[in-house]
Write a protein that binds this ligand. Structure first.
Ligand code: AMP
Ligand code: GLY
Length: 434
């Protein structure tokens, strides 16, 4: 069969690569794809509009479509495909509001008793400034709409918080995405990414993972889309896994169904787990995403041993209760290589040398690359994600950095400490869930 993956990042390369391993698949189209999704059974298609993609799927006889990023979901690609009777895995435009409107997500969580940081929503700058003065710093200012990872300011001082409000509500720095802001309590603890597949009713949890959002080692520097990730995340013990399902995931899926917007697709809960070892310590939702994480997907895909196409088919058919995923018990770890000046405006067009061949235990997933004049060149901020499996975090990490050392392009930036939290946890600590 033929499949389509919508998107062009490292997440989509990893999804397409894993789907293509199915013995039932002979072609995976990636729209629009990148310099790495144009080889073997992967093939790029230069389309991005929902109607054109649906035409393509009908013309080519594509059996099913998986959507990677949030933008096409928020624009309603699932609604367009379903109206034509085409099989697609993702949430409808209305359900994707869990990500595309922070205010919607916060009100939803309050309505359904899902734990999250205390907040208020504002359109009026004066009221927002007054709330910040009343609450004090640190405090978090978030643009309501999609802002490609630039919509959250974790303000350590009142000045920073006021400046964020001025930029979003006053200067319109984020356009309509920032015309409303959510201001919320700053939470402390350790973040984890909890990603599940949902068919409207049933839930299948994917392996746990942890991202590294800051640009530099030691979690310093500006926020990014994510500079590296690993799976499993030891912070999520089996007990916490159980609590996250009971306190966050199931109430969310049931709440969406009760609200008349049954959720289908990948659902990503970004969580803050309060510090300490108390099994009852608070777990709060920082955000929902209506898609998989990038770069979390890359290590997660490395660990899937089952046929992912079977699982997606169950998810589309509403029979996820009959699906299961067998996980490689090894750790997978991915390190992002970013372009010069990322996360500001990245320089593009740098030639990439030293890319290795694919190996079963080490893959270089492409993100912002393009193939030009016989070279692979950088074409955006997060360029590659080198991802490897190992018997321990340490071994996965060694394998990754050996490969990272051989890949060269001008202005290359990467973190040298991906996985530090997992390494810090002693092996005597409880084993992670999956
Ligand atoms: P979000 O897009 O909402 O996940 O925010 C991006 C990043 O900002 C998160 O991964 C956290 O590192 C940080 N963040 C968001 N909300 C909070 C909060 N309430 N307290 C502390 N950090 C936060
Ligand atoms: N890596 C975080 C995200 O995909 O939202």
């Amino acid at each position: 069969m033929k499949l389509l993956v919508i998107g062009s990042g490292g997440r989509e390369h990893a999804l397409a690569w894993r789907l293509a391993q199915s013995p039932r698949v002979h072609k995976v189209f990636v729209a629009p794809g990148n310099g790495g999704t144009q080889r073997g059974s992967l093939q790029n298609v230069a389309l991005t509009q929902a109607e054109e993609l649906a035409d393509f799927v009908q013309r080519e006889g594509v059996t099913l479509t998986v959507v990677g990023p949030e933008a096409p979901l928020a624009a309603g690609v699932v609604d367009v495909f379903r109206a034509r009777g085409l099989k697609i895995f993702g949430p409808t435009k209305a359900a994707a509001q869990l990500e595309s409107s922070k205010d919607y997500a916060k009100a939803f969580m309050v309505r359904h008793n899902i734990p999250t940081a205390r907040y208020q929503t504002f359109t009026d700058p004066a009221a927002a400034h007054a709330y910040i003065d009343e609450q004090g710093a640190p405090i978090v200012v978030k643009a309501d709409g999609l802002a490609a990872g630039k919509g959250v300011v974790v303000a350590m001082t009142l000045d920073e918080a006021h400046a964020a409000v001025d930029a979003m509500l006053g200067d319109g720095s984020l356009g309509s995405a920032g015309a409303r802001v959510v201001i919320e309590e700053c939470l402390e603890g350790e973040e984890a990414s909890f990603i599940v597949m949902v068919d409207g009713r049933n839930v299948l949890a994917l392996a746990t993972s942890q991202d590294h959002k800051r640009l530099q080692d030691g979690d310093q520097g500006p926020n990014t889309g994510g500079m590296g990730a690993y799976s499993p995340a030891p912070v999520v013990t089996p007990e916490l896994h159980h609590r996250i399902m009971r306190e966050v995931i199931l109430p969310t899926v049931q709440g969406m169904a009760r609200d008349g917007l049954p959720y289908t697709g990948f659902l990503y809960a970004g969580l803050m787990i309060a510090p300490g070892d108390d099994p009852d310590r608070p777990i709060k939702v920082l955000e929902f995403n209506c898609r998989m994480g990038d770069p979390e997907t890359q290590p997660i895909m490395m660990r899937i041993k089952s046929d992912l196409v079977d699982v997606v088919e169950h998810a589309i058919a509403g029979t996820l209760d009959r699906a299961e995923i067998v996980w490689d018990r090894r750790t997978a770890l991915g390190v992002v290589l970013a372009a010069h000046n990322y996360p500001g405006t990245p320089r593009t067009g740098d030639v990439i040398a030293g890319l290795p061949d694919d190996a079963a235990d080490c893959m270089v997933f492409h993100a912002a690359t393009r193939s030009e004049d016989g070279h692979i060149k950088t074409s955006g901020g997060r360029v590659l994600c080198v991802t490897a499996l190992g018997d321990s975090v340490r071994m996965a990490r060694e394998r990754v950095y050996e490969t990272v050392d051989r890949i060269v392009f001008d202005g290359r930036q990467y973190r040298t400490d991906i996985g530090w939290r997992a390494l810090k946890r002693s092996p005597a600590k409880p084993k992670p869930a999956a």
